[in-house]
Design a binder for this molecule. Sequence first.
Ligand code: GLN
Length: 481
Amino acid sequence: MKLNISALEYIQGVQNGSISVEDFIARTLERIKDVDDKIHAFLHVNTNILGEAKNIDKKIKAGEKVGACAGMPISIKDNICLKDTKTTCASKILHDFVAPYDATVISKLKKEDVLFVGKANLDEFAMGLTTEFSAYGPSKNPWNLEYVPGGSSGGSAASVSSFECIASLGSDTGGSVRNPASFCGVVGYKPTYGLISRFGLISYANSIEQIGPITRTVKDTAFMLNIISGQDPNDNTTVTNSEQDFLAEIDAGVEGKKIGIIKEMIGEGIDSSVLSATKDAISKLEGLGAICEEISLDMVKYSVAAYYTITATEAGSNLARYDNLRYGYEFPVEGYEFNSYIAKARTKFGPEVTRRMILGGFVPASGHAGKYFLKALKIKQKLTEEINQKFKEYDYLIAPTVPILPFKIGEKIDDPVSLFLVDINTVTANLTGKPAISIPFAMSKGLPIGIQLLADTMQDKPLLQAAHALESTVRLPEVPI
Ligand code: GLN
Protein backbone atom coordinates (compact mmCIF):
# COMPACT_ATOMS: atom_id res chain seq x y z
CA MET A 1 0.00 0.00 0.00
CA LYS A 2 1.31 3.41 -0.99
CA LEU A 3 1.63 5.96 1.79
CA ASN A 4 2.62 8.71 -0.61
CA ILE A 5 -0.90 9.72 -1.55
CA SER A 6 -2.90 12.89 -1.15
CA ALA A 7 -5.71 13.35 1.36
CA LEU A 8 -8.26 13.30 -1.42
CA GLU A 9 -6.82 10.05 -2.85
CA TYR A 10 -6.89 8.54 0.63
CA ILE A 11 -10.52 9.45 1.17
CA GLN A 12 -11.50 8.13 -2.25
CA GLY A 13 -9.60 4.89 -1.53
CA VAL A 14 -11.42 4.42 1.77
CA GLN A 15 -14.74 5.15 0.12
CA ASN A 16 -14.26 2.69 -2.75
CA GLY A 17 -12.90 0.01 -0.43
CA SER A 18 -9.37 -0.12 -1.86
CA ILE A 19 -7.89 1.26 1.38
CA SER A 20 -8.60 -0.17 4.82
CA VAL A 21 -8.13 2.45 7.51
CA GLU A 22 -6.56 -0.09 9.84
CA ASP A 23 -3.98 -1.16 7.23
CA PHE A 24 -3.17 2.41 6.37
CA ILE A 25 -2.69 3.42 9.98
CA ALA A 26 -0.65 0.30 10.75
CA ARG A 27 1.63 1.07 7.78
CA THR A 28 1.86 4.71 8.84
CA LEU A 29 2.94 3.74 12.36
CA GLU A 30 5.51 1.32 10.89
CA ARG A 31 6.81 4.07 8.65
CA ILE A 32 7.22 6.35 11.67
CA LYS A 33 9.08 3.58 13.48
CA ASP A 34 11.37 3.10 10.47
CA VAL A 35 12.24 6.71 9.72
CA ASP A 36 11.50 8.97 12.66
CA ASP A 37 14.64 8.05 14.56
CA LYS A 38 16.45 9.82 11.77
CA ILE A 39 14.01 12.65 11.04
CA HIS A 40 12.69 13.41 14.52
CA ALA A 41 9.52 15.01 13.20
CA PHE A 42 7.58 13.86 16.27
CA LEU A 43 7.79 14.74 19.95
CA HIS A 44 5.05 12.25 20.73
CA VAL A 45 3.46 9.46 18.65
CA ASN A 46 -0.05 8.27 19.39
CA THR A 47 -0.01 4.51 18.80
CA ASN A 48 -3.55 4.15 20.22
CA ILE A 49 -5.03 5.27 16.94
CA LEU A 50 -4.86 1.72 15.60
CA GLY A 51 -7.88 0.83 17.75
CA GLU A 52 -9.74 3.90 16.53
CA ALA A 53 -8.89 2.92 12.95
CA LYS A 54 -10.49 -0.50 13.44
CA ASN A 55 -13.67 1.17 14.67
CA ILE A 56 -13.85 3.40 11.63
CA ASP A 57 -13.45 0.36 9.34
CA LYS A 58 -16.25 -1.39 11.25
CA LYS A 59 -18.55 1.59 10.83
CA ILE A 60 -17.81 1.75 7.11
CA LYS A 61 -18.51 -1.99 6.71
CA ALA A 62 -21.78 -1.59 8.59
CA GLY A 63 -22.78 1.20 6.21
CA GLU A 64 -22.72 3.80 8.99
CA LYS A 65 -21.77 7.37 8.23
CA VAL A 66 -18.18 8.38 8.98
CA GLY A 67 -16.63 11.85 8.94
CA ALA A 68 -15.20 13.43 5.78
CA CYS A 69 -11.62 12.52 6.79
CA ALA A 70 -12.44 8.83 7.42
CA GLY A 71 -9.48 7.97 9.65
CA MET A 72 -6.89 10.07 7.83
CA PRO A 73 -3.64 10.31 9.84
CA ILE A 74 -2.50 13.84 10.53
CA SER A 75 0.16 15.36 12.77
CA ILE A 76 -0.29 18.48 14.90
CA LYS A 77 2.33 21.05 15.80
CA ASP A 78 2.98 20.78 19.51
CA ASN A 79 1.76 24.30 20.26
CA ILE A 80 -1.85 23.37 19.43
CA CYS A 81 -3.91 21.90 22.26
CA LEU A 82 -5.10 18.33 21.82
CA LYS A 83 -7.07 17.32 24.90
CA ASP A 84 -5.38 14.85 27.28
CA THR A 85 -2.17 14.96 25.27
CA LYS A 86 1.11 16.58 26.19
CA THR A 87 1.46 19.99 24.57
CA THR A 88 4.99 21.20 25.22
CA CYS A 89 5.67 23.93 22.64
CA ALA A 90 9.04 22.11 22.47
CA SER A 91 9.89 23.89 25.72
CA LYS A 92 11.22 22.53 29.00
CA ILE A 93 8.89 24.92 30.81
CA LEU A 94 5.85 23.00 29.52
CA HIS A 95 7.53 19.62 29.74
CA ASP A 96 4.61 18.00 31.60
CA PHE A 97 1.76 20.15 30.40
CA VAL A 98 -1.24 18.09 29.30
CA ALA A 99 -3.83 20.08 27.38
CA PRO A 100 -7.13 20.14 29.27
CA TYR A 101 -9.18 21.02 26.18
CA ASP A 102 -9.17 20.82 22.38
CA ALA A 103 -8.28 23.72 20.12
CA THR A 104 -11.20 24.62 17.84
CA VAL A 105 -9.34 23.24 14.81
CA ILE A 106 -8.93 19.94 16.68
CA SER A 107 -12.64 19.70 17.56
CA LYS A 108 -13.49 20.35 13.92
CA LEU A 109 -11.10 17.64 12.71
CA LYS A 110 -12.34 15.20 15.35
CA LYS A 111 -15.87 15.61 14.02
CA GLU A 112 -14.58 14.47 10.64
CA ASP A 113 -12.85 11.38 12.07
CA VAL A 114 -9.25 12.49 11.67
CA LEU A 115 -6.76 10.32 13.53
CA PHE A 116 -4.07 12.31 15.32
CA VAL A 117 -0.89 10.40 14.72
CA GLY A 118 1.26 12.58 16.93
CA LYS A 119 2.54 15.95 18.05
CA ALA A 120 5.14 17.50 15.78
CA ASN A 121 8.40 19.16 16.73
CA LEU A 122 8.93 22.93 16.47
CA ASP A 123 11.25 25.69 17.54
CA GLU A 124 10.51 26.46 21.19
CA PHE A 125 7.24 28.44 21.33
CA ALA A 126 7.42 28.69 17.51
CA MET A 127 10.34 31.13 17.63
CA GLY A 128 12.77 30.25 14.91
CA LEU A 129 12.89 28.82 11.41
CA THR A 130 14.97 25.66 11.62
CA THR A 131 13.58 23.62 14.61
CA GLU A 132 17.09 23.85 16.07
CA PHE A 133 15.59 25.82 18.96
CA SER A 134 13.43 22.89 20.05
CA ALA A 135 14.41 21.91 23.61
CA TYR A 136 14.12 18.29 22.46
CA GLY A 137 16.57 18.39 19.56
CA PRO A 138 16.17 19.43 15.92
CA SER A 139 14.12 17.76 13.21
CA LYS A 140 15.97 16.86 10.01
CA ASN A 141 15.13 17.59 6.41
CA PRO A 142 13.87 14.33 4.81
CA TRP A 143 15.54 15.30 1.50
CA ASN A 144 18.93 15.42 3.16
CA LEU A 145 19.30 14.63 6.84
CA GLU A 146 22.21 17.02 7.29
CA TYR A 147 19.97 19.97 6.47
CA VAL A 148 17.34 21.88 8.44
CA PRO A 149 13.70 21.19 7.57
CA GLY A 150 12.84 24.86 8.09
CA GLY A 151 10.63 26.05 10.90
CA SER A 152 9.19 26.71 13.16
CA SER A 153 6.67 24.02 12.03
CA GLY A 154 9.61 21.87 10.87
CA GLY A 155 8.29 18.65 12.42
CA SER A 156 4.93 19.17 10.72
CA ALA A 157 6.45 19.70 7.28
CA ALA A 158 8.99 16.89 7.66
CA SER A 159 6.26 14.45 8.74
CA VAL A 160 4.16 15.18 5.65
CA SER A 161 7.11 15.17 3.30
CA SER A 162 8.39 11.79 4.57
CA PHE A 163 4.93 10.08 4.49
CA GLU A 164 4.66 9.76 8.25
CA CYS A 165 1.16 11.24 7.90
CA ILE A 166 -0.99 12.72 5.13
CA ALA A 167 -1.30 16.28 6.38
CA SER A 168 -0.39 18.45 9.33
CA LEU A 169 -1.34 21.63 11.09
CA GLY A 170 1.29 24.24 11.84
CA SER A 171 1.19 27.86 12.94
CA ASP A 172 2.51 30.80 10.95
CA THR A 173 3.50 33.98 12.78
CA GLY A 174 6.11 35.13 10.29
CA GLY A 175 6.45 32.20 7.90
CA SER A 176 6.46 29.14 10.14
CA VAL A 177 4.13 27.14 7.90
CA ARG A 178 5.43 28.36 4.55
CA ASN A 179 9.14 28.25 5.33
CA PRO A 180 9.31 24.56 6.34
CA ALA A 181 6.85 23.66 3.56
CA SER A 182 9.28 25.25 1.11
CA PHE A 183 12.33 23.52 2.63
CA CYS A 184 10.60 20.10 2.73
CA GLY A 185 8.87 20.20 -0.67
CA VAL A 186 5.24 20.32 0.49
CA VAL A 187 2.40 22.85 0.36
CA GLY A 188 2.10 25.34 3.24
CA TYR A 189 -0.76 27.77 3.77
CA LYS A 190 -1.09 30.96 5.83
CA PRO A 191 -4.74 32.05 5.62
CA THR A 192 -6.20 35.53 5.83
CA TYR A 193 -5.93 36.65 9.46
CA GLY A 194 -9.13 35.54 11.15
CA LEU A 195 -10.12 32.79 8.73
CA ILE A 196 -9.10 30.04 11.16
CA SER A 197 -9.71 30.11 14.90
CA ARG A 198 -6.66 30.50 17.13
CA PHE A 199 -8.52 29.14 20.15
CA GLY A 200 -6.22 26.48 21.60
CA LEU A 201 -3.14 27.69 19.73
CA ILE A 202 -0.59 28.69 22.35
CA SER A 203 0.07 32.34 21.57
CA TYR A 204 3.39 33.67 20.40
CA ALA A 205 2.36 36.91 18.62
CA ASN A 206 -1.40 36.62 18.44
CA SER A 207 -2.13 39.81 16.50
CA ILE A 208 -0.55 38.38 13.35
CA GLU A 209 -0.44 34.58 13.62
CA GLN A 210 -2.67 31.91 12.18
CA ILE A 211 -2.91 28.15 12.18
CA GLY A 212 -2.35 26.76 8.68
CA PRO A 213 -2.40 23.37 6.95
CA ILE A 214 0.63 21.62 5.50
CA THR A 215 -0.30 19.13 2.79
CA ARG A 216 1.02 17.34 -0.31
CA THR A 217 -1.26 19.14 -2.76
CA VAL A 218 -3.07 22.46 -3.06
CA LYS A 219 -6.39 20.62 -3.33
CA ASP A 220 -5.69 18.98 0.02
CA THR A 221 -5.12 22.41 1.54
CA ALA A 222 -8.48 23.57 0.15
CA PHE A 223 -10.09 20.43 1.60
CA MET A 224 -8.53 21.07 5.01
CA LEU A 225 -9.62 24.72 4.95
CA ASN A 226 -13.20 23.62 4.32
CA ILE A 227 -13.03 21.76 7.59
CA ILE A 228 -11.02 24.01 9.88
CA SER A 229 -11.97 27.56 8.84
CA GLY A 230 -14.91 29.57 10.10
CA GLN A 231 -16.08 31.94 12.78
CA ASP A 232 -15.57 30.81 16.34
CA PRO A 233 -17.22 32.31 19.42
CA ASN A 234 -14.04 31.41 21.31
CA ASP A 235 -11.87 33.62 19.09
CA ASN A 236 -13.39 36.99 18.37
CA THR A 237 -10.79 37.81 15.75
CA THR A 238 -12.33 35.18 13.45
CA VAL A 239 -14.16 36.54 10.43
CA THR A 240 -17.81 36.06 9.64
CA ASN A 241 -17.87 35.60 5.88
CA SER A 242 -15.93 32.36 5.77
CA GLU A 243 -18.63 29.89 4.79
CA GLN A 244 -17.22 29.05 1.39
CA ASP A 245 -16.20 25.93 -0.46
CA PHE A 246 -12.48 26.29 -1.16
CA LEU A 247 -12.38 23.15 -3.31
CA ALA A 248 -15.16 24.15 -5.68
CA GLU A 249 -13.84 25.82 -8.87
CA ILE A 250 -10.25 25.06 -7.87
CA ASP A 251 -9.51 24.47 -11.57
CA ALA A 252 -10.44 28.05 -12.50
CA GLY A 253 -6.86 28.81 -13.65
CA VAL A 254 -5.12 32.15 -14.01
CA GLU A 255 -6.06 33.21 -17.54
CA GLY A 256 -6.12 37.00 -17.69
CA LYS A 257 -5.06 37.40 -14.03
CA LYS A 258 -2.53 40.09 -13.16
CA ILE A 259 0.42 39.04 -11.00
CA GLY A 260 2.91 41.43 -9.43
CA ILE A 261 6.48 40.18 -8.94
CA ILE A 262 7.75 41.67 -5.68
CA LYS A 263 11.06 43.29 -6.59
CA GLU A 264 12.30 43.54 -2.99
CA MET A 265 11.95 39.79 -2.55
CA ILE A 266 14.15 38.76 -5.46
CA GLY A 267 16.98 41.20 -4.89
CA GLU A 268 20.22 41.16 -2.97
CA GLY A 269 21.20 37.93 -1.24
CA ILE A 270 18.92 35.64 -3.23
CA ASP A 271 20.37 32.27 -4.20
CA SER A 272 20.80 31.96 -7.97
CA SER A 273 18.86 28.69 -8.16
CA VAL A 274 15.98 30.22 -6.19
CA LEU A 275 15.98 33.16 -8.58
CA SER A 276 15.89 30.96 -11.65
CA ALA A 277 13.09 28.83 -10.14
CA THR A 278 11.13 32.04 -9.56
CA LYS A 279 11.66 33.15 -13.16
CA ASP A 280 10.56 29.73 -14.33
CA ALA A 281 7.39 29.92 -12.18
CA ILE A 282 6.62 33.32 -13.67
CA SER A 283 6.97 32.04 -17.22
CA LYS A 284 4.82 29.00 -16.40
CA LEU A 285 2.10 31.35 -15.09
CA GLU A 286 2.45 33.47 -18.23
CA GLY A 287 2.10 30.30 -20.27
CA LEU A 288 -1.22 29.75 -18.48
CA GLY A 289 -2.41 33.19 -19.55
CA ALA A 290 -1.44 35.37 -16.58
CA ILE A 291 0.09 38.81 -17.01
CA CYS A 292 3.16 39.22 -14.78
CA GLU A 293 5.04 42.43 -14.11
CA GLU A 294 7.52 43.67 -11.55
CA ILE A 295 6.18 45.81 -8.69
CA SER A 296 7.78 47.43 -5.68
CA LEU A 297 6.75 47.27 -2.02
CA ASP A 298 9.05 49.83 -0.55
CA MET A 299 8.33 48.96 3.11
CA VAL A 300 9.51 45.36 2.68
CA LYS A 301 13.02 46.50 3.47
CA TYR A 302 11.90 47.41 7.00
CA SER A 303 9.55 44.47 7.43
CA VAL A 304 11.89 42.09 9.25
CA ALA A 305 12.89 44.75 11.79
CA ALA A 306 9.24 45.68 12.36
CA TYR A 307 8.25 42.02 12.58
CA TYR A 308 10.81 41.16 15.27
CA THR A 309 9.98 44.28 17.27
CA ILE A 310 6.24 43.56 17.27
CA THR A 311 6.56 39.81 17.86
CA ALA A 312 9.06 40.20 20.70
CA THR A 313 6.70 42.64 22.40
CA GLU A 314 3.73 40.29 22.12
CA ALA A 315 5.85 37.28 23.10
CA GLY A 316 7.07 39.17 26.17
CA SER A 317 3.54 39.53 27.45
CA ASN A 318 2.19 36.19 26.17
CA LEU A 319 4.98 34.24 27.83
CA ALA A 320 4.70 36.11 31.11
CA ARG A 321 2.13 33.51 32.21
CA TYR A 322 4.83 30.82 32.48
CA ASP A 323 5.72 31.54 36.06
CA ASN A 324 5.86 27.93 37.24
CA LEU A 325 2.83 28.57 39.45
CA ARG A 326 -0.01 28.20 36.97
CA TYR A 327 2.02 26.18 34.46
CA GLY A 328 5.29 24.55 35.15
CA TYR A 329 7.44 21.68 36.24
CA GLU A 330 8.44 20.07 39.50
CA PHE A 331 10.48 22.68 41.33
CA PRO A 332 10.06 23.24 45.10
CA VAL A 333 9.41 26.77 46.33
CA GLU A 334 11.36 26.50 49.61
CA GLY A 335 14.28 28.88 49.94
CA TYR A 336 13.02 31.43 47.41
CA GLU A 337 11.12 34.67 47.81
CA PHE A 338 8.40 35.26 45.20
CA ASN A 339 10.35 37.03 42.45
CA SER A 340 13.50 34.97 42.74
CA TYR A 341 11.43 31.78 42.49
CA ILE A 342 9.86 32.91 39.24
CA ALA A 343 13.17 34.20 37.89
CA LYS A 344 14.82 30.87 38.67
CA ALA A 345 11.95 28.88 37.14
CA ARG A 346 12.16 30.91 33.97
CA THR A 347 15.75 29.88 33.37
CA LYS A 348 14.09 26.82 31.79
CA PHE A 349 13.38 28.88 28.69
CA GLY A 350 15.88 28.21 25.92
CA PRO A 351 18.29 30.88 24.59
CA GLU A 352 16.17 32.06 21.67
CA VAL A 353 13.00 32.50 23.73
CA THR A 354 15.02 34.28 26.42
CA ARG A 355 16.49 36.62 23.82
CA ARG A 356 13.04 37.47 22.48
CA MET A 357 11.64 38.08 25.96
CA ILE A 358 14.46 40.41 26.91
CA LEU A 359 13.91 42.28 23.66
CA GLY A 360 10.16 42.22 24.30
CA GLY A 361 10.65 43.87 27.68
CA PHE A 362 12.87 46.54 26.23
CA VAL A 363 11.28 47.74 22.97
CA PRO A 364 7.81 48.72 24.27
CA ALA A 365 9.09 50.22 27.55
CA SER A 366 8.42 53.86 28.23
CA GLY A 367 11.28 55.94 26.93
CA HIS A 368 11.94 53.50 24.07
CA ALA A 369 8.46 52.76 22.74
CA GLY A 370 8.37 55.65 20.31
CA LYS A 371 11.72 54.70 18.88
CA TYR A 372 11.02 50.99 18.50
CA PHE A 373 7.56 49.57 19.10
CA LEU A 374 5.46 52.47 17.81
CA LYS A 375 7.75 52.87 14.83
CA ALA A 376 7.33 49.16 14.05
CA LEU A 377 3.54 49.58 14.17
CA LYS A 378 3.83 52.48 11.73
CA ILE A 379 5.84 50.32 9.32
CA LYS A 380 3.19 47.62 9.61
CA GLN A 381 0.52 50.18 8.78
CA LYS A 382 2.44 51.63 5.83
CA LEU A 383 3.24 48.20 4.44
CA THR A 384 -0.47 47.33 4.65
CA GLU A 385 -1.42 50.52 2.82
CA GLU A 386 1.18 49.78 0.16
CA ILE A 387 0.04 46.21 -0.42
CA ASN A 388 -3.65 47.23 -0.42
CA GLN A 389 -2.83 49.69 -3.17
CA LYS A 390 -1.17 46.91 -5.22
CA PHE A 391 -4.13 44.61 -4.81
CA LYS A 392 -6.32 47.25 -6.47
CA GLU A 393 -4.37 46.52 -9.63
CA TYR A 394 -3.07 42.95 -9.20
CA ASP A 395 -4.89 39.71 -8.39
CA TYR A 396 -1.82 38.07 -6.90
CA LEU A 397 1.75 38.81 -5.88
CA ILE A 398 4.60 36.35 -6.33
CA ALA A 399 8.03 35.80 -4.76
CA PRO A 400 10.13 32.85 -3.68
CA THR A 401 9.00 31.66 -0.25
CA VAL A 402 12.55 31.74 1.10
CA PRO A 403 15.39 33.54 -0.71
CA ILE A 404 17.92 30.79 -0.01
CA LEU A 405 18.10 26.98 -0.14
CA PRO A 406 17.80 24.88 3.01
CA PHE A 407 21.10 25.10 4.90
CA LYS A 408 23.03 22.70 7.08
CA ILE A 409 22.04 22.05 10.69
CA GLY A 410 24.27 24.23 12.86
CA GLU A 411 25.27 26.54 10.02
CA LYS A 412 23.43 29.65 11.23
CA ILE A 413 22.53 28.80 14.79
CA ASP A 414 25.03 31.21 16.32
CA ASP A 415 24.01 34.13 14.15
CA PRO A 416 20.45 35.17 15.04
CA VAL A 417 20.43 38.22 12.79
CA SER A 418 21.30 36.19 9.69
CA LEU A 419 18.52 33.78 10.68
CA PHE A 420 16.03 36.66 11.13
CA LEU A 421 16.82 37.88 7.62
CA VAL A 422 15.77 34.55 6.10
CA ASP A 423 12.19 35.61 6.97
CA ILE A 424 12.27 38.59 4.59
CA ASN A 425 9.81 37.07 2.08
CA THR A 426 7.31 35.60 4.51
CA VAL A 427 6.65 38.25 7.19
CA THR A 428 4.81 40.64 4.85
CA ALA A 429 1.74 38.36 4.68
CA ASN A 430 1.58 38.27 8.49
CA LEU A 431 2.13 41.97 9.05
CA THR A 432 -0.61 42.79 6.54
CA GLY A 433 -3.01 39.93 7.37
CA LYS A 434 -3.00 38.67 3.76
CA PRO A 435 -3.26 35.02 2.74
CA ALA A 436 -0.13 33.39 1.28
CA ILE A 437 0.82 29.93 0.08
CA SER A 438 4.08 28.12 -0.60
CA ILE A 439 4.04 25.61 -3.47
CA PRO A 440 6.88 23.13 -4.02
CA PHE A 441 8.19 24.12 -7.41
CA ALA A 442 11.80 23.12 -8.15
CA MET A 443 14.84 21.24 -6.89
CA SER A 444 18.43 22.36 -6.56
CA LYS A 445 21.28 20.22 -5.24
CA GLY A 446 18.69 17.65 -4.14
CA LEU A 447 16.80 20.23 -2.03
CA PRO A 448 13.34 21.68 -2.70
CA ILE A 449 12.48 25.29 -3.57
CA GLY A 450 9.04 26.75 -2.82
CA ILE A 451 7.30 29.56 -4.65
CA GLN A 452 5.00 31.88 -2.75
CA LEU A 453 1.79 33.48 -3.98
CA LEU A 454 -0.10 36.15 -2.01
CA ALA A 455 -3.60 37.51 -2.45
CA ASP A 456 -5.77 40.20 -0.92
CA THR A 457 -7.69 39.78 2.33
CA MET A 458 -10.38 37.06 2.07
CA GLN A 459 -9.23 36.14 -1.42
CA ASP A 460 -8.15 32.75 -0.14
CA LYS A 461 -10.27 30.89 -2.64
CA PRO A 462 -8.84 32.56 -5.76
CA LEU A 463 -5.38 32.23 -4.20
CA LEU A 464 -5.81 28.46 -4.05
CA GLN A 465 -6.96 28.46 -7.67
CA ALA A 466 -3.78 30.21 -8.81
CA ALA A 467 -1.63 27.95 -6.63
CA HIS A 468 -3.31 24.88 -8.07
CA ALA A 469 -2.66 26.15 -11.60
CA LEU A 470 1.03 26.70 -10.84
CA GLU A 471 1.34 23.35 -9.06
CA SER A 472 -0.05 21.54 -12.09
CA THR A 473 2.98 22.66 -14.15
CA VAL A 474 5.50 20.76 -12.01
CA ARG A 475 6.28 17.32 -10.71
CA LEU A 476 9.00 16.92 -8.11
CA PRO A 477 10.86 13.64 -7.50
CA GLU A 478 9.91 11.47 -4.54
CA VAL A 479 11.64 12.13 -1.23
CA PRO A 480 14.64 9.75 -0.97
CA ILE A 481 14.24 8.56 2.61
N1 GLN B 1 11.08 32.83 12.07
C1 GLN B 1 10.05 33.65 12.59
C2 GLN B 1 10.26 33.87 14.07
O1 GLN B 1 11.15 33.31 14.60
C3 GLN B 1 8.71 33.05 12.30
C4 GLN B 1 8.18 32.15 13.33
C5 GLN B 1 6.75 31.76 13.14
O2 GLN B 1 6.14 32.01 12.11
N2 GLN B 1 6.18 31.17 14.17
O3 GLN B 1 9.58 34.57 14.72
